[in-house]
Design a binder for this molecule. Structure first.
Ligand SMILES: Nc1nc2c(c(=O)[nH]1)N=C([C@H](O)[C@@H](O)CO)CN2
Length: 118
C-alpha cells in the first residue's frame, strides 16, 4: 500500500485532563501515515490526483486546536474521522505525542490505526 505521510507536525493546543492543562496551550507532535494510491498522481503529475500533504496538515492542525480535547485518545479518534470525511482516506495511522508531559520521558502519547488499504 502506498502512503502519504506527515512527520512531526507541531500543533499548539489546549489538551489534557488536569486543571492547569485547560488554561495553557501545550505542544503536540503529530505523525500521520495515510493510505493513498500514488500511481495516479505519479502518472498525471497533477496535485488534484494526490493527497495534498499541505492541505492535510492544515486540517489536522485546525482539528486538534479547535477540539480542546481532554484525552489524546479522543483527539486521535476525531482526527481519524475528520481525515476520512475530508479526504476520503481509509487507512490512517495516527501518532500523537505530548513531549515533556511526564517528567523523565522524551514524550508520551498514543498510536491508533484505522481502516484498511487505500
Ligand atoms: N492514555 C492517556 N494517559 C494520560 C493522558 C492521555 O491523554 N492519555 N493524559 C494525561 C494528562 O493530561 C497528562 O498529559 C498529564 O499528566 C495523563 N495520562
Amino acid at each position: 500500500m502506498d502512503c502519504v505521510f506527515i512527520e512531526g507536525l507541531e500543533v499548539e493546543a489546549i489538551i489534557g485532563v488536569l486543571d492547569w492543562e485547560r488554561t495553557v496551550e501545550q505542544r503536540l507532535l503529530v505523525d500521520l501515515d495515510l493510505g493513498w494510491d500514488n500511481r495516479r498522481p505519479a502518472t498525471s503529475g497533477a496535485l488534484e490526483d494526490a493527497l495534498d500533504y499541505a492541505a492535510v496538515a492544515g486540517v489536522a492542525r485546525d482539528c486538534l486546536r479547535e477540539g480542546r480535547f481532554h484525552l489524546l485518545e479522543t483527539a486521535a479518534e476525531e482526527l481519524a474521522s475528520v481525515l476520512n470525511e475530508r479526504f476520503g482516506v481509509t487507512y490512517r495511522r495516527i501518532v500523537l505525542r505530548k513531549p515533556g508531559a511526564v517528567p523523565g520521558t522524551k514524550s508520551v502519547g498514543v498510536t491508533i490505526v484505522r481502516g484498511g488499504e487505500a
